[in-house]
Design a protein around this ligand. Structure first.
Ligand SMILES: [Zn+2]
Ligand SMILES: [Zn+2]
Length: 43
């Protein structure tokens, strides 16, 4: 169990990339983050 760096919720699965500054985000936060980025750059 890991805590999401953005919403601080416990989550089973985390994602990280350069956009999250190598912090672990839950699925919802990760998706939301990239929702605004997809038009300009890809992951
Ligand atoms: Zn989150
Ligand atoms: Zn990314």
């Amino acid at each position: 169990m890991t805590v999401c760096a953005k919403c601080n919720k416990d989550t089973n699965k985390t994602y990280e990339c350069t956009h999250t500054k190598d912090q672990e985000y839950c699925t919802e936060c990760y998706t939301e983050l990239h929702y605004y980025l997809t038009e300009n750059e890809s992951c």
